[in-house]
Design a protein around this ligand. Structure first.
Ligand code: FES
Length: 101
């Protein structure tokens, strides 16, 4: 019998919309699939840090040194994470500064 593989839900505030994505999806791709804008000035290459988001709920993998460096170079506050550096493995809730309601 076929059992659907559970898919994590990514929820976006303040709109409070959500999307289910397969585990392992890059967070920046989940945001695009949800139709929300996400800033970037590189090719999702961990260079520009424009894609920073704030994870409000749910766990993501620990920040790698390169992500920390890129954020520091671009003067991004430590609380933000880079959406092109994260893969979705669990339910997440996130926001960024320009997602109004
Ligand atoms: S898109 Fe440039 S660092 Fe994420």
């Amino acid at each position: 019998m076929y059992h659907a593989i559970p898919m994590p839900t990514v929820r976006f505030l303040p709109k409070n919309t959500g999307i289910e994505v397969p585990k392992g999806t890059r967070l920046i791709d989940a945001i695009r699939q949800a139709g929300l804008p996400i800033a970037r000035a590189c090719g999702d290459d961990l260079i520009c840090a424009k894609c920073h988001v704030e994870i409000l709920q749910g766990s993501v993998t620990r920040e790698a040194p390169i992500e920390t460096d890129v954020k520091a170079r671009n003067q991004i506050e430590p609380k933000f994470r880079l959406a092109c550096a994260i893969r979705v493995h669990d339910d997440l809730t996130l926001t960024t500064t320009y997602w109004g309601d």
